[in-house]
Design a protein around this ligand. Structure first.
Ligand SMILES: [Zn+2]
Length: 280
């Protein structure tokens, strides 16, 4: 596992040379209009291996902070994980029904209101491609995931435990939208199965007392799950809609290695990303 740091910072000749010497690819702004407006900047990724010291990275962290961070896992780490977190990477679909999501508690107080799906999603007809079988919906933070007939049939044949499908509506027509399905995960882990809530900031709703767990600003937050809550005979779990990045509420989605191996072997992972789940 490595941590990727992405920086987009003011161009600095000396730092640029250092990065190039270290073999790091640097993109420098070249559009004169853009440079006139915002100044010349450069963008690069640098990878942090846990336990390895890098003077250059230390210098960057001290001067510019963490940058935009994410984990990068090796194929081996993904294949060896018994359970994985997954989500969509493509929020292409525009939800067109006001009835889909119910909001509770005052919607004006953004950090306190709660969302719950209470009716099917409605979309315009979806253009699936031969290598794109999954998309998610805008506003769902990549966790309301939809697929076409092709992916649904393949997944159903495998009899994955904990997955079902719900119909999607054709916006403004109120009939099922052909070739489009929502993936539904029925096994919901209780919040006390998550062992590292102390690394989040709890937000207690003053009206209903429900707690949401905010990890805004900590892009490296990963849930750790108590192993006694995970049953080997299941393939899918999710947490409740109890987490927030400060913008919207969402659950964490979990799948078994059997699901990951199947999707990989069938070339069905486009628009999905996976990381090993920490189980304790
Ligand atoms: Zn509330």
């Amino acid at each position: 596992m490595q941590v990727e740091h992405y920086y987009y910072i003011k161009f600095d000749e000396q730092l640029y040379s250092k990065l190039i010497d270290e073999g790091i690819e640097v993109k420098v702004d070249s559009d004169p209009h853009y440079i006139a407006m915002f100044g010349k900047k450069m963008a690069f990724n640098i990878y942090e291996s846990i336990g390895e010291k890098s003077c250059l990275l230390d210098e960057l962290l001290a001067k510019f902070g963490d940058g935009l961070t994410d984990y990068v896992f090796s194929k081996r780490e993904l294949v060896e994980a018994k359970w994985l977190l997954f989500r969509s990477t493509n929020m292409k679909l525009d939800p067109l029904s006001e009835k889909t999501i119910e909001y509770s508690c005052p919607k004006s107080e953004f950090s306190y209101y709660h969302t719950k799906q209470v009716a099917p999603y409605a979309f315009k007809p979806i253009k699936w491609k031969s290598n794109n079988h999954f998309y998610s919906a805008l506003g769902s933070y990549y966790t309301d995931i939809f697929c076409d007939d092709y992916a649904k049939e393949l997944l159903e044949k495998e009899n994955f435990n904990g997955l079902s499908f719900e119909e999607v509506l054709w916006a403004n027509k109120n009939i099922p939208l052909p070739n489009s399905h929502q993936l539904v995960f029925n096994n919901i882990l209780p919040i006390n199965s998550v062992l590292n809530l102390h690394n989040t900031v709890p937000i207690n709703c003053p009206l209903c007392k429900k707690t949401k767990y905010n990890f805004d600003g900590n892009l490296l937050y990963r849930i750790e799950v108590d192993s006694s809550y995970l049953d080997d005979s299941y393939d899918f779990y999710k947490t409740g809609n109890d987490f927030t990045n400060g913008l919207c509420d969402f659950p964490f989605l979990i799948c078994s290695q059997r699901v990951y191996s199947f999707l990989t072997s069938m070339n069905l992972t486009r628009n999905l990303c996976f990381e090993p789940l920490i189980v304790k």
